[in-house]
Design a protein around this ligand. Structure first.
Ligand code: UDP
Length: 241
């Protein structure tokens, strides 16, 4: 499907894409490659809000599964997203892209707090705003953070860059016959529990009519391709044309 004309997007990257070929953590060379992708997307004239996960460092659910208090583990996960945001900020500024990090957990010495009007001003000035720490509360994920910021910042779409090139009817890593959807409705994603984003994030996008574009960030040049409608992707939307 052809995407509607977009002026402002929210780009969500899973934390795991920052680890490159490593099993854990941040690979600065790989983050730099990602930064170049983000820069290319910005050069198409878009305003970009960025949300980065923390799964390459720490996920609250994993900590809880090992006996930690869930809320405490989630705070650690939120801090992981701030580390990733700072790594991305550093990479983007290395290639001449101005950025600001705004964290939902206040950290005055390190970055700004989330202030919508201030974020608006940054975007107007051509800066990329990286929103860290998700929604700022435990029991949520950065997918929900991405959906929330996409709604709050009135983004035209939420682009979810991940390791797979779209939404499949079953796990393509386990089932060779898995089929990728070109478009799929929010309702189907929720009813069939398709692995796109968590349910609260999908519901928030549905309620605010924000299309979710799922694509692979591992393929070079793909963000720009997806934006021009030439890439491989799945669009989650209730509009079929
Ligand atoms: N997290 C949280 N609240 C939020 C966002 C994130 O508690 O609003 C925590 C949660 O523990 C989560 C971790 O931060 O597991 C890392 O985020 P996420 O799992 O979304 O990262 P991704 O899977 O995108 O790399």
């Amino acid at each position: 499907m052809t995407l509607p004309k977009m002026n402002r997007v929210l780009l969500k990257l899973s934390g795991e894409v920052l680890m490159g070929d490593q099993q854990f953590g941040i690979d600065p060379a790989f983050v730099l490659e990602l930064a170049k992708e983000v820069k290319a997307a910005k050069e198409t004239g878009l305003e970009i809000c960025l949300v980065i996960g923390g799964g390459n460092i720490f996920r609250g659910m994993a900590g809880a599964a090992q006996g930690m208090d869930r809320a405490q583990a989630d705070y650690m996960g939120m801090l992981a997203t701030v580390m990733n945001a700072l790594a991305m900020q550093s990479a983007l500024e290395q290639i001449g892209v101005e950025t600001r990090v705004q964290s939902a957990v206040q950290m005055d010495q390190v970055c700004e707090p989330v202030i919508r009007r201030r974020a608006e001003r940054h975007l107007e000035k051509g800066r990329i705003v990286i929103f860290a720490a998700g929604v700022g509360a435990p029991y949520f994920t950065t997918d929900s953070g991405a959906a929330l910021r996409a709604a709050e910042m009135k983004c035209d779409a939420l682009l979810k860059g991940t390791s797979v090139d779209g939404v499949y009817d079953s796990d393509p890593k386990k089932n060779a016959d898995a089929k990728r959807y070109e478009t799929v409705s929010y309702g189907k994603v929720l009813a069939d529990d398709l692995k796109v984003m968590d349910a609260s994030a999908v519901a928030l996008c549905r309620d605010n009519d924000i299309p979710i574009v799922v694509f692979s960030i591992r393929e070079k040049g793909n963000v720009a391709k997806v934006l021009s409608g030439e890439g491989t992707q799945t669009v989650v939307t209730d509009h079929t044309a």
